[in-house]
Design a binder for this molecule. Structure first.
Ligand SMILES: Nc1ncnc2c1ncn2[C@@H]1O[C@H](COP(=O)(O)OP(=O)(O)OP(=O)(O)O)[C@@H](O)[C@H]1O
Ligand SMILES: [Mg+2]
Length: 249
């Protein structure tokens, strides 16, 4: 379980998080929505300790991150896989090596085990016969899949997704969302999915939160969000519709 309690984070004068609290139960998928610049990526970075909060606590399976020493923190990090917005592939490595690099660094598997896990992970995301290609030869959607395969190869308990479908066309977005859903069901991972894509968010969420002005102004189910007349929810949804309208023009 991931538990966030009263989290504060500022950069200079800019307050990004101002007392946010939320719980993610094992097996659950939490979708974090919010306008650009509200601190969604910062939240993920705080959870993986790439950033430190000014105050407040993050508990991972009951362990308070702020009390862990370096070794314990490294162990805790192994529970996490993160799919970055850009997919973060290494341009100079072929697809096999991009997927295998995480488990290789792990130093636990033999070469042949690494090859097997890499192949299985690529198959899981529907990619075969691309192992010897390089990232520049793949489409945006395929690169996201490779990023996902790398995450899956590590067999994490938690997967954090930062805008997994942003920048993809609607059909490819839906395919990626479907893949994420399949993985949640098959591998029983617990996920936090940051997205401002409403269809993707609604499709994947067990629980949705809306990050607004440093806090979760809405916490609830998809149905509750659909029906909500909270101003922050309405503003977010109408902003999304306007953006979609612009794209169609
Ligand atoms: N390391 C940093 N130093 C200073 N300011 C930062 C840093 N990281 C983020 N910020 C600021 O914190 C705010 C929240 O950033 P964040 O990237 O979390 O937004 P976001 O909700 O993920 O937005 P988007 O939807 O555009 O990705 C922004 O104003 C950003 O400029
Ligand atoms: Mg972001």
């Amino acid at each position: 379980m991931i538990e966030i309690k009263n989290l504060h984070k500022s950069f200079g004068d800019l307050t990004v998080l101002n007392g946010a609290s939320i719980k993610v139960e094992d097996g659950q998928s939490l979708v974090v929505m919010g306008k650009s610049g509200q601190g969604k990526s910062v939240l993920l970075k705080l959870i993986t300790r790439l950033l430190h909060p000014d105050s407040g606590h993050i508990y991972i399976d009951g362990d308070d991150l702020s009390t862990l020493n370096q070794k314990e923190l490294e162990k805790c990090r192994l529970k996490f896989g993160m799919l970055f917005q850009s997919a973060a592939l290494f341009d100079s490595l072929n697809i096999y090596d991009n997927v295998g690099i995480g488990i290789k660094a792990y130093n636990r598997y033999s070469e042949s085990e690494i090859a097997t896990i890499t192949k299985e992970s690529l198959e899981r995301v529907g990619l075969v016969d691309v192992g010897t290609k390089f990232p520049s030869q793949l489409s945006g959607g395929m690169r996201k899949r490779v990023g996902l395969a790398r995450v899956v190869a590590m067999k994490p308990k938690y997967i954090l997704y930062d805008e997994p479908t942003t920048g993809l066309d609607p059909v490819t977005s839906a395919q990626i969302a479907m893949l994420i859903k399949e993985m949640q069901d098959d591998l029983n991972v617990t996920s936090i999915i940051v997205t401002h894509d409403i269809p993707t968010g609604f499709f994947l969420a067990d629980k949705i939160v809306l990050l607004d002005d440093g806090n979760f102004s809405f916490v609830g189910s998809v149905e509750e969000m659909r029906k909500s007349d909270l101003k922050s929810v309405q503003d977010f949804i109408s902003g999304y519709k306007e953006e979609a309208d612009i794209k169609f023009r």
